[in-house]
Design a protein around this ligand. Structure first.
Ligand code: NDP
Length: 449
């Protein structure tokens, strides 16, 4: 593990001691602290008044019981979470994840990362994250609705367009947001459109929101490739996952002339040397909520499915991990580098393990960290809030143009900060420092809060 500045070491030790067993949260904090050594050396004021310690401590953590009844009348209990991490720049903002692996450490890592990501967008949003260990897979629509209503019954006490504005994440898409918004509206007797984002277009959603994270990552990587005279055109690309982020990454990469040859789900991955047929992936995953294994069976010639195994064994020039945290290991990184990787953009949150990131950076691979590269989703959520606040609705082109501009700005801000701090091309350092300074400056202005 890289060395931490001695002014920061005790902060990391305190975080691990006070948040025992929360491995992902420790990992996310450590990665940011590793970047901050250069900041406190240059501007020691940031090491004063326990400012960094305060940034590592969530403002509020809510854990609650979610009882619900399945179609057979059996009662189930899940656990709900909302971590309101930092509101220095605006109301807490960040998605809800429904997945059996969810626990408080995962939600805290996501909320912590979200704080810096949201600062990078340049829009007035704080950081938060939430979710539940509920597994929507194989549940009927009626069961998902009852779960969402029970979840929102408690969560609604903590939300509001000026307080906390959730959105979707793994396992939470348009269906779940619809059930939750409908229930919130009923509980509060207010049509408070700005309380949730990722809403359907008929009731206050924004055009380009569902595409935004995947499109945004692609815009970021395109600009990063351009710094070395490359583009997506003709490049072999591998995108892990086949959910919201993966699907719209594939769509945008294809529109830029890239050839996406593999995608996956938690069961395995599919390779199609002719280029992934996106309509077929959408039909299987979005419409039928099926398994990616069906792709090879339906597509036939030129494609094959590998159960389990690592999608990163597939040789490519650009990798865009878009499934989940720690899905790409040091072993995978070595394989990708050996196979000629040029660039990687993290669509998911923290998909690369720390040793994988180190390997990429040592090998001179263009590496875009999730907090910068996947910020397009939350940025467009903030644009949805703007539209709701002004009772307006923008066109797709107008919204996508704003998204593209935001991604260009994030790229350029990260690049120039990295340069300013003596590490040109280090987007991890650039993203962490840019986000940190924005949050830190606001917190200093507020006094000890
Ligand atoms: P979805 O639920 O739409 O899709 C998730 C995809 O990842 C599915 O294909 C799923 O497979 C796969 N997956 C989930 N968990 C695992 C696992 N443990 N191992 C292997 N594959 C897995 O989620 P999103 O596309 O919304 O989110 C993907 C990532 O992007 C997450 O890290 C999320 O935090 C991040 N992100 C999402 C944003 C958004 O706007 N949606 C914004 C910024 C970041 P299966 O179908 O088998 O479950």
């Amino acid at each position: 593990m890289p060395h931490l500045d001695e002014r920061l070491e005790h902060i990391y030790n305190d975080v691990t001691r006070r948040n025992a067993g929360e491995a992902e949260f420790h990992q996310a904090v450590r990665e940011v602290l590793e970047s901050l050594g250069r900041v406190v050396a240059k501007r020691p004021v940031y090491a004063e008044d326990a400012l960094i310690e305060r940034i590592c401590e969530p403002e509020r953590q809510i854990i609650f019981r979610v009882p619900w009844t399945d179609d057979k009348g059996k009662v189930h209990i899940n656990r709900g979470f909302r971590v309101q991490f930092n509101s220095a720049l605006g109301p807490y903002k960040g998605g809800l994840r429904f997945h059996p692996s969810v626990n408080v450490g995962i939600i805290k890592f996501l909320g912590f990362e979200q704080t810096f990501k949201n600062a990078l967008t340049g829009l007035p949003i704080g950081g938060g994250k939430g979710g539940s260990d509920f597994n929507p897979r194989d549940r009927s629509d009626a069961e998902v609705m009852r779960f969402c209503q029970s979840f929102m019954t408690e969560l609604s006490r903590h939300l509001g367009e000026y307080t906390d504005v959730p959105a979707g994440d793994i396992g939470v898409g348009a269906r779940e947001i619809g059930y939750m918004f409908g229930h919130y509206k009923r509980l509060t007797n207010r049509y408070e459109a700005g309380v949730l984002t990722g809403k359907g277009l008929f009731y206050g959603g924004s055009r380009a929101r569902k595409e935004a994270t995947g499109y945004g990552n692609t815009y970021f990587v395109e600009r990063m490739l351009a710094t070395r005279g490359h583009s997506f055109d003709g490049k072999k690309v591998v995108v892990s996952g086949s959910g919201n982020v993966a699907i719209y990454t594939i769509e945008k990469v294809q529109s830029f002339g890239g050839v996406v040859i593999a995608c996956s789900d938690s069961g395995g991955y599919v390779v199609d040397e002719n280029g992934i047929d996106l309509n077929l992936v959408q039909e299987i995953k979005e419409v039928r909520r099926g398994r990616i294994s069906e792709y090879a069976r339906l597509k036939g010639k030129g494609s094959h499915y590998i159960e389990k195994g690592s999608i990163w064994d597939v040789p490519c020039e650009v990798a865009m991990p878009s499934a989940t945290q720690n899905e790409l290991t040091g072993r995978d990184a070595r394989t990708l580098v050996k196979n000629g990787l040029i660039a990687l953009g993290e669509g998911a949150n923290m998909p690369c393990t720390p040793d994988a990131v180190k390997l990429f950076q040592e090998a001179g691979i263009l590496f875009a960290p999730g907090k910068a590269a996947n910020a397009g989703g939350v940025a467009t959520s903030a644009l949805e809030m703007q539209q709701n606040a002004s009772r307006d609705s923008w066109t797709f082109e107008q919204t996508e143009a704003r998204l593209a501009q935001i991604m260009r700005n994030i790229h350029d801000d990260c690049a120039s900060t990295a340069e300013e701090y003596g590490a040109p091309g280090d987007y991890v350092l650039g993203a962490n420092i840019t986000g940190f300074v924005r949050v830190a400056e606001a917190m200093r202005a507020f006094g000890v809060i």
